[in-house]
Design a protein around this ligand. Structure first.
Ligand code: BG6
Length: 464
């Protein structure tokens, strides 16, 4: 048997978000987010017409759910606050929301589960989207106000905060593709959205530091290591550009306090630079994160541009490279994502070598599988061996990175219980607990028990 022991005090837990778990989307004074609005107006865009109204009903079941977390020995849990629940009109605090988040935080703490609280998980309040969302610079200040409000209300107990989860996703899905509202396809506008998101993150960090709370603040990024097809100069260049657009556009300003000059040059060359104001550079330079959360699901493989032409919508990131299908790739066929465990190690090495070995944790890693009821045994337990294997292989690479000095302090899976997904609703299930859609009953899967053992051992003990 081989033992993979993780550092003392390692955070073992899971991640979630308000819009994907809370439900009660129109209850107790919550205003509409873009998701509520979009579902109301175009329900057919949602998988099986299932929208965000109920999701996994955490709003009502949080107490039992936190007990379930405790049952499998999680020592930490990340979720988000819903901006449109806390500040329905952008200014006045909704007391019902304060009570709810207080109860969630206090219950977690009473159970010995460390809360990590995120502020933005793709859920722009609709009244701000109507003003242009992240395209409008006023929204940057609206976010800073919301962040300060949350720190003031909950910062006495929450000591780990993050400003954004995967801020590149609203850019990619909502402004480069029509997969998220507002379904715009325009790279210039996408760049502005990205730029304002990073300014918003920096302003929130500044507010947090001004309050002198005893805690730390970070950002959660989905880092997709970019691998070139070959070492050919043009393939390597294609991978560098993909890395600039999809990783370094948020990683560098968040951790190093400035954008890579290669990205600025590239955007400038194509007249894509956003409007900047005096003081922006200083704001970014002085408000870098204390730690990073890294969501890792899949790598990005690219080759030099071989296919013809640009899209009708003008220049797009894909004009600089083509996707490359590695003949040896293994896929999660349900989600259509490549499984490449070593990518996690490569991320750790990159953070160590190029980002000052900043403290970081795996903020999401997981495997969504459709029709999991196929794997249910006579006792009703889903035998999700594929998920256990997925986690084990990632943990081995993570362990190696830590052995080599990577400053990783935790591993959070996506996710604790099946939850609602933006595009796929409940098609692909990720949870340690199955959520039965008829009555929202939760049933522990085999992987939940497996994780409990991992936590008890503070690592893996597996056959050599
Ligand atoms: C991450 C997000 O990108 O991946 C989550 O932070 C999301 O919100 C998760 O649910 C899994 O992706 P999906 O699209 O299968 O739900």
């Amino acid at each position: 048997m081989k033992q993979y022991t993780f550092p003392e005090g390692f955070l073992w837990g899971s991640a979630a978000s308000a819009p994907q778990t809370e439900g009660a989307s129109q209850k107790d004074g919550k205003a509409k987010s873009i998701w509520d609005y979009w579902y109301e107006t175009e329900a057919e865009r949602f998988y099986e017409n299932i929208g965000p109204e109920i999701t996994s009903d955490f709003y009502h079941c949080y107490e039992q759910d936190i007990q379930r977390m405790k049952n499998i020995h999680l020592n930490s849990f990340r979720t988000s606050i819903s901006w449109s629940r806390l500040l329905p009109d952008g200014t006045n605090v909704n007391q019902k929301a304060v009570e709810f988040y207080n109860r969630v935080i206090d219950t977690l703490l009473n159970q010995g589960i460390k809360p990590i609280i995120n502020l933005f998980h793709f859920d722009m309040p609709m009244h701000l989207q109507e003003k242009g969302g992240w395209e409008n610079r006023e929204v940057v200040d609206a976010f800073a106000f919301y962040a300060r409000t949350a720190f003031e209300l909950f910062g006495d107990r929450v000591t780990l905060w993050t400003t954004f989860n995967e801020p590149i996703v609203p850019v990619e899905m909502g402004y480069l593709n029509h997969f998220h509202y507002p379904c715009v396809v325009d790279m210039k506008r996408a760049v502005t959205v990205a730029y304002h998101s990073i300014l918003a993150s920096a302003k929130a960090i500044r507010n947090y530091r001004e309050l002198n709370r005893d805690g730390q603040i970070g950002i959660i990024l989905n880092l997709t290591p970019s691998y070139p097809r070959s070492q050919d100069k043009e393939d390597v260049r294609a991978a560098e550009i993909a890395d600039l657009f999809f990783n370094r556009s948020f990683l560098d300003p968040s951790v190093l306090g400035e954008y890579p000059s290669a990205l600025i040059e590239l955007l400038d060359e194509h007249q894509l630079l956003p409007h900047r104001e005096k003081g922006d550079k200083e704001l970014l330079r002085h408000n870098v994160v204390d730690f990073l959360g890294v969501n890792y699901y899949q790598p990005r493989r690219v080759k030099k541009k071989e296919s013809a032409g640009s899209s009708q919508e003008g220049i797009m990131p894909e004009d600089f490279f083509d996707p490359y299908i590695w003949p040896e790739r293994r896929m999660n066929p349900y989600r259509g994502w490549e499984i490449y465990e070593k990518g996690l190690y490569d991320i750790a090495v990159n953070i160590k070598q190029n980002y000052g070995n900043i403290p970081w944790y795996v903020a999401e890693n997981g495997m969504g599988v459709a029709n999991e009821e196929r794997f249910m045994d006579q006792t009703g337990t889903i035998q999700d061996n594929y998920r256990i294997e997925f986690y084990e292989e990632h943990l081995k690479w993570l362990h190696q990175a830590i052995e080599e000095g990577s400053n990783c302090f935790g591993y959070h899976v996506w996710t604790f219980m099946d939850n609602w997904s933006w595009l796929n609703a409940y098609k692909n299930r990720y949870g340690f607990y199955r959520v039965n859609l008829k009555d929202r009953e939760r049933i522990l899967k085999k992987s939940g028990n497996w994780f409990k053992q991992v936590i008890d051992q503070n690592g893996l003990i597996v056959e050599d």
